[in-house]
Ligand binder design. Sequence first.
Ligand SMILES: [Zn+2]
Length: 228
Amino acid sequence: MNNIFPTKYIKITNKYSSSHKGVDFGWSSAYGGNNVNILAINDGVIYKTEIQKKGGYCLYIKHDNGMVSLYAHLKKNSYRYKVGTRVSRGSVVATMGGTGVVTGNHVHLSLYKSTVLKDSNKVDPLPYLYANSSNIINPNTKANYKINYEDNSFNPSNPTSGELKVGDKVKIIGKYASSSTSTTAVNKKLIGSTRDILKIYSGRNYPYQVGNSTGVSGYFKASSLQKL
Ligand SMILES: [Zn+2]
């Protein structure tokens, strides 16, 4: 089974490098704020908890494939399970926090290729993680990182769908349809112009009704709109 991301809202704030052997994930006030649930990236057993000077409250999960995931900077005393407890992929194991040395709340995820918890066993977690339809991906993260997708129900061409809300100003970058239930969008005369999101018809082909004070301009997919 694929690993999932440790947060439902995916916003990468710091990538893996030789001097930062993990990936940092931030938060959004629109998606739960800075104390969101931290999820087990896969089935496994709570392997260890510890308080590190830099990492703050840390939790380790040993997975069935022998790899170990580490979640750092957790909220103090937010561990949900005792060491030795079996957890499932997606189990809430802790709360995001800002313990240890940080500039703000986030979760630092490291991935060890074995149960030997030494720095040289850490690998870049990102290629091992898969987004699915339960995730919302920050547009900058979507644009700047290669994100794996677990299933086809998640449409990678529609990455900002969770980001747009009524009242947002958008730049139009694609064609529009005449109705939210249209099957094709043919009209491109608004490309380059700026409008507002008037209404959202979730689940329809062209869910974003866009316009301005003088009325409705058209119906769009998220991929044809750029939030300003
Ligand atoms: Zn980090």
